[in-house]
Write a protein that binds this ligand. Structure first.
Ligand SMILES: [Zn+2]
Ligand SMILES: [Zn+2]
Length: 259
């Protein structure tokens, strides 16, 4: 199992922990572990010891597991960096070529909707990467971080989406010179094939998502921005018509197919 898969599995278990703890409490209660008289099916002593162990030992286990997984991830990164610096650039035609199809996350921000990476960089649906750190760079440069990134696997992008609920899933093709890194690619140019919207409203998460709305977000250091979400009929009803876009209108603004 890769380091990334272990990390994802670990986070899933951390999310389940409160539910498991509550279930244990309920079972303990039903078995009479909290009754005044010690005549339940199991002794109060046993229940309290088990609960103490669960409350103290399990989070400690999670912390240790995170430290181990983090350390393994660092080692993997170092190994990848070393592999990258082994690349021979003398002849770009020697680089292995492959179709770099992938998935990534983006927010839609701005008065006029614009694709925005999670790091805050905006881009068009068909774009060349620009390096902010060094204007001499034609991204991607091995020692730098520039270039367009994408995950190889849909599952990796979907997992990231579950921890970035304000973002949308993009289906992309990367072109030009590219590197394989950790779980995906970093490349020179990018074409966004499709924006995949969630089936349900991004606010109530119950009713079907129907219409894009923009709301005002307060950022750090007096910065403010508009962020777009797709919502249901109810959660979008208080918005003025000027703050709403249909799926077709959004698709036209972004020049990207939606769903
Ligand atoms: Zn660069
Ligand atoms: Zn809703």
């Amino acid at each position: 199992m890769s380091v990334n898969k272990s990390r994802q599995r670990l986070i899933k278990w951390v999310r389940r922990y409160p539910l498991i703890a509550l279930s244990l409490l309920a079972i303990a209660y039903l078995l009479g572990g909290f009754s005044e008289k010690d005549d339940g099916l199991i002794s109060q002593q046993l229940i309290t010891t088990t609960l103490y162990l669960f409350v103290a030992a399990v989070p400690l286990g999670f912390i240790i597991a995170f430290v181990v997984v983090g350390r393994l991830g660092d080692l993997e990164n170092v190994a990848n960096k070393q592999k990258e610096s082994d690349l021979n650039y003398q002849d770009a035609f020697d680089l292995p070529s492959q179709v770099m199809h992938g998935y990534k996350l983006a927010m839609v921000t701005g008065l006029t909707p614009t694709l925005t990476g999670l790091t805050g960089d905006t881009y068009l649906s068909d774009a060349q990467a620009i390096c902010k750190a060094n204007s001499e760079h034609i991204p991607p440069v091995a020692q730098c971080e520039c270039g367009f990134y994408a995950y190889k696997e849909l599952a990796d992008a979907q997992f990231e989406l579950s921890i970035n609920p304000g973002a949308f899933l993009l289906d992309v093709d990367l072109f030009g010179l590219g590197f394989t890194y950790k779980n995906g690619y970093r490349a020179e140019s990018q074409v966004v094939n499709q924006l995949i919207t969630p089936k349900r409203c991004m606010r109530c998460r119950v009713l079907p998502a129907k219409v894009f709305v923009k709301s005002f977000k307060l950022g750090y250091e007096d910065t403010t921005w508009w962020q777009w979400q797709i919502r249901c009929v109810v959660c979008s009803s208080s918005f003025k018509p000027a703050d709403k876009l249909t799926v077709e209108q959004m698709s036209h603004h972004l020049a990207v197919k939606i769903n």
